[in-house]
Design a protein around this ligand. Structure first.
Ligand code: NAD
Ligand code: IPM
Ligand code: MN
Length: 369
């Protein structure tokens, strides 16, 4: 029996709605398998600003520090309101600071296109998308995100700078994680860069190339980011592990989720090298959906599965959740982003109800042992 404390930071927009539904799923699995999780909620983002006047209060940091894992919903407000004090620099002050504070250098964004969902892909050609199973391994605390940023006047015009920085050890650590992950999969790694132009990318490619000599069983290919974006759309099944720097990974992961049909499908795990992890969907606060009870909770529910796997070593429990999501989708239980206009859609809560129903079903349980 596992016992653990989980810090839950619902955040903004759809964040609280989808985290609460995902926690119901966690409880169902915990009850089934005899585990006990202590859930402690904290504030982050605009929600924290209202109470503390800051986006990442010391209380929240302390809660994370004293927990075994962190579950996060989303931060940030409507894009058109980003200059209001509540939202100004919200993502940088909260999420990016949290990533840096806990050194979450590795970000895993897995994407499967389930057999029953191929018709939902905007690519529409089932032969292109069936069997897509990609693991994006994104470096998360370097690159243009965290380098020096400034503005200055140059000959009467305002110029802005964002410095991108990588060092060899930073690159090789995340590459090593990607190679090890590939060993448990199809043993193919595509490393993405822009080494025809960027100095950081040249170092990225050299560093990855140097490390591959330790992995004779892995097939490594380098691909420029522009070509990679095109190949992902044209032939997603070609990809197994996709190793990327921070900014390229941000863009490619939304692109990959779009191939599956919705940003709401993609979970993520942000891990440090001491085994501590933060789990959140790849998508954002979706202000267009907030408060309506219709957001897709799958990315958040699958993030719980990743937490069980990577933070608590509960592989069977992670698989129970993943299988339940697959079964629900295969039987046509779809939130509006997946159902489109053609089919009847369920709410966020009804989707979670269905997952909990599947998990609690005795016949289903017997089949998974
Ligand atoms: P977004 O990811 O919130 O939304 C993009 C599109 O995807 C929208 O059409 C939205 O409806 C849809 N979508 C996202 N999640 C969904 C879900 N669970 N179910 C169904 N549809 C979903 O990105 P955006 O609109 O560019 O940004 C909105 C806010 O979110 C901004 O403040 C941004 O900074 C923030 N953001 C936060 C995170 C995070 O907290 N990790 C990630 C991305 C964006
Ligand atoms: C993500 C988000 C964040 C990022 C933002 C909100 C800082 O888009 O997790 O993908 O760019 O990493
Ligand atoms: Mn993103």
């Amino acid at each position: 029996m596992a016992k653990a404390k989980i810090a839950v930071l619902g955040g903004d927009g759809i964040g609280p709605e989808i985290t609460e539904q995902a926690l119901r799923v966690l409880k169902a699995v915990a009850d089934l398998c005899g585990h006990s999780f202590e859930i402690v909620r904290g504030l982050i983002g605009g929600a924290a600003f209202d109470q503390y006047g800051e986006h990442l209060p010391a209380d929240t940091l302390k809660l994370c520090r004293t927990s075994d894992a962190v579950l996060l919903g989303a931060v940030g407000g409507p894009v058109e309101q980003r200059n209001l004090p509540r939202w100004k620099n919200c993502e940088v002050n909260s999420l990016l600071r949290l990533r840096k504070e806990f050194q979450f250098a590795i970000n895993l964004r897995p994407l499967r296109i389930y057999p029953g969902l191929t018709r939902l892909s905007p690519l529409k050609m089932e032969n292109l998308v069936s069997g897509v199973d990609i693991l994006i391994v994104r470096e998360l605390i370097g690159d243009i995100y965290f380098g020096e940023k400034y503005r200055r006047q140059e000959n009467g015009v305002t110029a802005a700078y964002d410095l991108a920085r990588y060092d060899k050890s930073q690159i090789q650590k995340v590459a090593d994680f990607a190679f090890k992950a590939a060993e448990t999969r199809n043993k193919r790694v595509i490393s993405v860069d822009k080494a025809n132009v960027l100095e950081t990318s040249k170092l990225w490619r050299e560093s990855v190339e140097e490390l591959i000599s330790d992995y004779s069983n892995i097939k490594l290919e380098h691909m420029f980011i522009d070509n990679c974006a095109m190949q992902l759309v044209k032939n997603p099944a070609k990809f197994d592990v996709l190793l990327t720097s921070n900014l390229f990974g941000d863009i490619l992961s939304d692109l990959a989720a779009g191939i599956a049909g919705s940003l709401g499908l993609m979970p993520s795990a942000s891990l440090n090298y001491n085994g501590f992890g933060l789990y959140e969907p790849a998508g954002g606060s979706a202000p267009d959906l907030a408060g309506k009870g219709i957001a897709n909770p799958i990315g958040q529910i699958l993030s719980i599965a990743l937490m069980l796997r990577y933070s608590f070593g509960l592989e069977k429990e992670a698989c129970i959740i993943e299988q339940a999501v697959e079964d629900a989708l295969n039987t046509g239980v779809l939130t509006p982003d997946l159902a489109g206009n053609q089919q009847e859609a369920v709410t966020t809560e009804e989707f979670a109800d269905r997952i909990i129903g599947i998990i609690s079903d005795k016949d289903y349980r017997d089949g998974t042992d």
